[in-house]
Ligand binder design. Structure first.
Ligand code: ATP
Ligand code: MG
Length: 331
């Protein structure tokens, strides 16, 4: 059976970009593929984290996966650090990954803010650990392996493919070549305060992102404040990035087509769009937030899901890791 693997870092607060760009598609894909969703806490520590907060955020993200519709009876939900195979394969891939390839990664340039002197080696190596996360789930012999992510991860996915191909060339066919799955709409939700920047957990300004756990009031305030562009009519116009972004979010939460949405807002203005969008978002997030609170009521339920997930992920990933070690001559 084909496989799916994806993950999110337990840093900051999950926002609708993470949901629309990634989690929504996990939920849709989980019934068709054997699916693995991890909370990538080892990626989180590539930048400084408060230990208590990191531990707590890891549970929060796991609970949010489930609240968003990832079904632990169908999918494997696990914490990256519970499965040592990830760092083991990362090391082996490190030894065939050219520094030049990593130098070209734009995420490192952004996250290090150009300060190479003080950025961690882990931050530089981030894409190789991500490649290991993915490639471990390709099975032996390889099966189709899909990776549903937002557009910002495209370059890292290409690196994972290049590393798999390089490994196979050097040591014989072992690793599946993963296929990115990047949605047609909502693959790059932009910041509400600045529609030229992608919405990010690490961006701390108050009016930047709609978080999955935001209160109705916060949602209304943030949408009301969202930056828009000159022009009156409500159209999917890429030349008006603020408006385009709001319409993309509207589309994701209503499931309507561009034509339907434009027809609906014919003769209306920004104020109407913002008002309706805020209400749609509030309605959309309410049941998710209720499920989240339910899940957090019972910590033992969550710990169980994560323990079972870890076991299944360890078993599954051991197959590829063993094949890799044999191929390299380590075993
Ligand atoms: P950080 O600022 O901490 O990197 P992030 O919001 O970029 O936070 P990640 O944990 O890096 O979140 O990414 C989790 C998933 O969400 C990835 O699949 C990523 O592609 C997707 N994603 C992140 N931001 C967006 C966005 N603005 N639009 C669509 N998808 C996104
Ligand atoms: Mg990111």
């Amino acid at each position: 059976k084909s496989r799916v693997l994806s993950g999110i870092m337990p840093t900051g607060d999950l926002h609708i970009g993470n949901y629309i760009g990634a989690i929504k598609n996990w939920v849709a894909m989980q019934y068709e593929h054997d699916s693995f969703f991890c909370i990538v806490n080892m990626h989180a520590i590539t930048t400084p984290q408060d230990p208590k907060e990191l531990y707590e955020k890891t549970r929060e993200v796991a609970a949010l996966y489930i609240a968003c519709g990832v079904d632990p009876k169908v999918s494997t939900i696990f914490v990256q650090s519970h499965v040592p195979a990830h760092t083991e394969l990362c090391w082996i891939l490190n030894c065939i990954a050219p520094m030049g390839w990593l130098e070209r990664m734009t995420q490192f340039k952004e996250k290090s803010k150009g300060d190479r002197e003080r950025s961690s080696v882990g931050l530089f190596d981030y894409p190789v650990l991500q490649a290991a996360d993915i490639l471990l789930y390709g099975n032996v012999p390889p099966v189709p392996l899909y990776v549903p992510v937002g557009e910002d991860q495209k370059q890292h996915l290409e690196l994972a493919r290049d590393l798999a191909e390089r490994f196979n060339r050097l040591f014989g066919d072992t690793l599946a070549i993963p296929e990115p799955y990047i949605p047609k709409y909502g693959a790059r939700v932009m910041g509400l305060d600045d529609p030229t920047k992608k919405m990010s957990k690490s961006e701390k300004s108050r009016y930047h992102a709609i978080r999955l756990l935001d209160s109705p009031d916060d949602i209304r305030k943030k949408i009301a404040r969202a930056v828009t562009d000159p022009g009156r009519d409500i159209k999917f116009d890429p030349e008006r990035p603020g408006l385009y972004n709001l319409l993309t979010i509207y589309q994701a939460v209503t499931g309507q087509s561009e034509e339907e949405i434009e027809a609906h807002f014919e003769g209306k203005g920004y104020a109407d769009l913002k008002r309706e969008l805020a209400e749609r978002l509030v309605e959309y997030l309410a049941p998710l937030q209720e499920r989240y609170r339910d899940i957090r009521q019972d910590p033992s339920y969550l710990e169980n899901v994560l323990a079972q997930g870890a076991e299944r992920a360890r078993e599954t990933s051991a197959v590829v890791l063993n094949a890799v070690k044999k191929a390299v001559g380590l075993e």
